[in-house]
Design a protein around this ligand. Structure first.
Ligand SMILES: NC(=O)c1ccc[n+]([C@@H]2O[C@H](COP(=O)([O-])OP(=O)(O)OC[C@H]3O[C@@H](n4cnc5c(N)ncnc54)[C@H](O)[C@@H]3O)[C@@H](O)[C@H]2O)c1
Length: 441
C-alpha cells in the first residue's frame, strides 16, 4: 500500500466555496504560520502524534513525519463567494482574527479575490450578494465552475486540487428522485430542477473532474446516491457533513464517557448564541432545520436507546441556536445534562463553553484538505468514513449507521493511516505484554 501512495509533488490548490469566517480564518492562519508568526494548534496533520508498534517501542512520531502529506508551503488557496470582498476585507469583517495579524499578511490576503458564485436565494434567504454567475441552466453553471477550476489550476501551476464547502448552510431538503442516479441528476441540471442546491452543483463539478470534495455544512450536498455513484466512477474521495466544532464536539466527548460507565441520561438541553453571518443564516427556520437534524442525530447514535431503554429510553434531547450579534464569532453554549446513577439517583452536569467557532473550524478544514488529497493519492475513492472524526453528521455508506463517538473515530482515523503505511494496527489489547512477562519468569 505504502509504495502505491503517490508523492505529494507540486502545488496543492485548496478551493473553497464560501470565503466567510471559517475560510478566511483558515487562509489567514496558514499564511501566518508559513511566515512563522503563529502555530497550527488544533490540527492533527500539523501537531498530532501517532503511536506506532508496541507501547514498549516508544515510537510516536508526528503524523506529518509519518505519512506523506502536502507541506503548508505548497498550498495555494482559491474560492468563490457571493460577496466581492477579497480575503483581507472578508477576514476583517468576520472579526475573528486581530487586525495586527491580518496586516502582517495583508498582501497575500488582498490578492485572493473570490470568483463569482453559484447561488440561489431560495436556499439561503438571509443573504443577498452580487458576485453571482449567470447561466440559462444549472448545467451551464456547473460547466462555468469547471472552467473556473481548470483556469485556477493552470494559473497557479497546481498538480492537484481539493474542494471543501465552507459556504452557508442551505435550507433543509430531503433526497428525492432527481438525486437518485447520475442520469436523473444530470437531467435535473439541464431542467433547472429546484431540488438541486447550489452546493450540489459545486460538488458535481468537483467530483466530475475527479477532485476530492468535503462538505463542512449540514446540507445534503454530496450525500446523495447520484454523487456517491459519480465519485466511484471518477475515483474521487468524498466526505461530509458539518464540521464538528463547539457544542457538538463537547457532546461527542462527554456522551461516550457517560455511556461507557453505564450512567443513565434523562435529558440533554443544548442552547447557544452566536452573532456571525452563520448565525444570521441559521436564524431562518428552514436553514436552522438543516443544522438541527445534523446536531440531533449525535446522541442517539452514541447511546443507542433502543438497545438500552432503561438508561436512555426516556432521553429528551433539545437543541436551540439563537442569533445574537454582540457575540460575533465567539459562540457561547450551555448544556444542561440530567443524568442518573446507582439506584436511579439523579445528578446534573452543566457545561458552559465560551468558544470561538472559526478558531475550532479552521484546523478541521486544513486537515480535511490534506487528508482528502492523501486519499486521492492513495487511490481511495467514494465516502471516506475514516474522516468521520471531523464531522457532526458523518457520511456513511447508505444503510450503515455513522460512528459519532470521537474516540472510536480517532482510532479509525489512526488505524487507517497505519494501514496505509504498512504499520501494525493497534487494538489496545496489550495482553501480549503480560504473556511475555509471565514467560520471562
Ligand atoms: N464555524 C464553525 O464552527 C462551523 C461548524 C460547523 C459547520 N460550519 C458551517 O460552515 C459554513 C461556514 O461557516 P462560516 O462561519 O464561515 O459562515 P459565514 O457566513 O461567515 O461564511 C459563509 C460564506 O459562504 C458564502 N456563500 C453562501 N452561499 C454561497 C454559495 N452558493 N457559493 C459561494 N459562497 C456562498 C457567504 O456569502 C459567506 O461569505 C456554514 O455552513 C456553517 O454552518 C461552521
Amino acid at each position: 500500500m505504502k509504495e502505491q501512495i503517490q508523492k505529494p509533488e507540486g502545488k496543492l490548490g485548496i478551493l473553497i466555496p464560501g470565503l466567510g469566517a471559517v475560510a478566511t480564518t483558515l487562509i489567514a492562519g496558514v499564511e501566518a504560520i508559513k511566515k512563522g508568526l503563529s502555530q497550527p494548534i488544533g490540527s492533527l496533520t500539523q501537531m498530532g502524534n501517532i503511536r506506532l508498534g508496541k507501547r514498549t517501542e516508544n515510537r510516536s512520531p508526528l503524523i506529518k513525519d509519518f505519512i506523506p502529506l502536502t507541506e503548508l508551503e505548497d498550498i495555494v488557496f482559491g474560492g468563490w463567494d457571493i460577496y466581492e470582498d477579497n480575503v483581507y476585507e472578508a477576514a476583517s469583517k468576520a472579526k475573528v482574527l486581530e487586525r495586527s495579524l491580518l496586516n502582517a499578511i495583508k498582501p497575500e490576503l488582498k490578492a485572493l479575490v473570490p470568483m463569482k458564485a453559484v447561488f440561489d436565494r431560495s436556499f439561503v434567504r438571509n443573504l443577498n450578494g452580487k458576485n453571482i454567475k449567470q447561466a440559462p441552466t444549472k448545467h451551464g453553471l456547473a460547466l462555468a465552475l469547471m472552467d473556473d477550476i481548470e483556469n485556477f489550476k493552470e494559473a497557479n501551476n497546481c498538480s492537484r486540487l481539493v474542494m471543501v464547502w465552507c459556504g452557508s448552510t442551505e435550507k433543509y431538503i430531503e433526497p428525492s428522485e432527481v438525486h437518485e442516479t447520475i442520469e436523473s441528476f444530470e437531467q435535473g441540471l439541464h431542467d433547472n430542477d429546484p431540488r438541486i442546491a447550489p452546493s450540489m452543483i459545486y460538488a458535481y463539478a468537483a467530483i466530475k473532474l475527479g477532485i476530492p470534495f468535503a462538505n463542512g455544512a449540514p446540507n445534503l450536498t454530496c450525500d446523495i446516491p447520484a454523487l456517491i455513484e459519480l465519485s466511484k466512477e471518477t475515483n474521487t474521495p468524498i466526505a461530509g457533513k458539518d464540521f464538528k466544532t463547539g457544542q457538538t464536539l463537547m457532546k461527542t466527548i462527554v456522551a461516550p464517557g457517560l455511556h461507557a460507565r453505564a450512567l443513565g441520561i434523562r435529558g440533554w438541553f443544548s442552547t447557544n448564541i452566536l452573532g456571525n453571518r452563520d448565525g444570521l443564516v441559521l436564524d431562518d427556520p428552514d436553514n436552522f432545520r438543516t443544522k438541527e437534524v445534523s446536531k440531533l442525530s449525535v446522541l442517539e447514535e452514541i447511546l443507542h436507546p433502543e438497545s438500552n431503554p432503561d438508561l436512555y429510553g426516556e432521553l429528551y434531547h433539545k437543541v436551540r441556536i439563537n442569533y445574537y450579534p454582540p457575540h460575533g464569532d465567539n459562540k457561547e453554549s450551555w448544556d444542561n445534562i440530567d443524568i442518573f446513577g446507582w439506584l436511579g439517583y439523579s445528578m446534573q452536569i452543566k457545561i458552559n463553553f465560551l468558544c470561538r467557532d472559526s478558531i475550532l473550524a479552521a484546523p478541521i478544514v486544513l486537515d480535511l484538505a490534506l487528508f482528502m488529497d492523501l486519499a486521492k493519492r492513495a487511490s481511495m475513492s467514494g465516502i471516506q468514513e475514516w474522516l468521520s472524526f471531523y464531522f457532526k453528521s458523518p457520511q456513511t455508506v447508505p444503510g450503515l449507521r455513522p460512528e459519532h463517538d470521537i474516540f472510536k473515530q480517532l482510532i479509525k482515523l489512526q488505524n487507517t493511516l497505519r494501514h496505509l503505511m504498512g504499520e501494525d494496527l493497534i487494538t489496545h489489547l496489550g495482553l501480549d505484554y503480560y504473556q511475555e512477562f509471565v514467560e520471562a519468569l
